[in-house]
Design a protein around this ligand. Structure first.
Ligand SMILES: [Zn+2]
Length: 64
């Protein structure tokens, strides 16, 4: 079993300049932290994300 999961914002196309990275022990927590980062750092509204957006974001989560 993996020890942790992480998401690096710079892996998202167009976000190469963002240093934001979140790490947590579960994938669900990473998704929550990723949403918080998107709101605070990028002024996004996660409730407007489509299933496709979320599937793509999920594919960027790495197991460490
Ligand atoms: Zn970011």
């Amino acid at each position: 079993m993996a020890d942790s999961y992480s998401y690096a914002c710079k892996d998202y196309p167009g976000m190469e300049g963002c240093p934001g990275k979140v790490t947590a022990s579960t994938e669900d927590e990473v998704v929550k932290l990723m949403e918080l980062h998107a709101v605070v750092a990028h002024g996004e509204d996660p409730s407007s994300w489509t299933e496709e957006d979320r599937a793509f974001l999920g594919s960027l989560i790495k197991q460490d």
